[in-house]
Design a protein around this ligand. Structure first.
Ligand code: SAH
Length: 251
């Protein structure tokens, strides 16, 4: 088969954890082809390769042929810079969360420079908490609370469509002008650590006040910090430290 040009979402990896229905795998391959994504990884699929998957892929055979299979989530995301875990349920544990359109904004802005994984769970039981621990952010498509579980391929469709919309917007001339390179999840995490230590030092943040810190995470997560902005903010924090330790004070 002739090689296909790189699609709009070539930087995205779709990871399916233990998919049990080959028809869903085929439907996911089809929508990936629609949206311009090509990197599919399957973790312990119940039945793959499968004629059912191929039929449901409706011609997106190259995605199924190139699909990787592996045994663990760690293996599937080892070379990814940013990992999103999708969930139908509202979780009681407070993970950092993004709305689907925020994911796609963040993911599409990294286009070409980073590999972004979006992890989808089992049809029967979704993702485990241990698997969600491997993700930088959780994403829930805000459907009705009392009927929140979408079909696997439908969930992939919504997320990829959001990513595609932002990627297309980014490629328009007016969308390009004010974009800086996004900070990586690691750079943002180090900034949060720095912020927390300074706020503890100034006495603003009392011990055991994770709620306030989490509100600050949310505030910064909303704006998708660029690398330059993180550097500026860390410079501000360093100047606060110098002031509070007296080194920055004028005699
Ligand atoms: N019964 C499972 C849902 C499985 S649906 C549960 O209660 O968790 C299969 C997968 O589709 C989910 O693991 C998730 O990856 C995705 N999905 C389904 N509905 C979703 C929603 N509303 N938001 C985000 N992802 C969703």
């Amino acid at each position: 088969m002739a090689a296909r040009p790189s699609g709009t979402l070539h930087f995205l990896r779709v990871v399916l954890v233990e998919p049990s229905h080959p028809g869903n795998i085929g439907a996911v391959a089809r929508v990936m082809a629609n949206m311009g994504a090509e990197d599919l990884v399957l973790i312990r699929p119940l039945e793959f390769p499968s004629p059912v998957a191929q039929a449901r892929a409706s011609g997106a055979d190259w995605i199924l042929e190139k699909a990787g299979t592996c045994l663990t989530l760690d293996e599937a995301i080892a070379d990814c810079d940013l990992v999103f875990g999708t969930t139908a349920r509202k979780r009681s544990v407070d993970w950092p969360s993004l709305e689907p359109w925020e994911v796609s904004h963040g993911a599409s802005l990294t286009g070409g420079r980073s590999r972004v994984a979006i992890v989808f769970g089992r049809e029967s039981s979704g993702l485990t908490n241990t698997e969600l621990d491997r993700c930088n952010y959780l994403v829930r498509i805000p459907v009705e609370d009392d009927f929140s579980s979408l079909n696997l391929a439908a969930a992939v469709t919504v997320i990829l469509y959001e990513a595609r919309k932002h990627a297309l917007q980014r490629d328009r001339p007016e969308g390009k002008k004010d974009l800086g390179e996004l900070a990586s999840a690691g750079e943002v995490a180090r900034f949060y650590g720095h912020l927390e230590s300074i706020l503890c030092g100034t006495g603003f943040l009392k011990d055991n006040s994770p709620v306030l810190m989490r509100k600050l995470y949310r505030l910064f997560n909303r704006v998708h910090l660029t690398r330059e902005e993180v550097n500026i903010l860390r410079g501000v924090l360093s100047s606060v430290r110098e002031c509070t330790t007296g080194r920055g004070q004028k005699p």
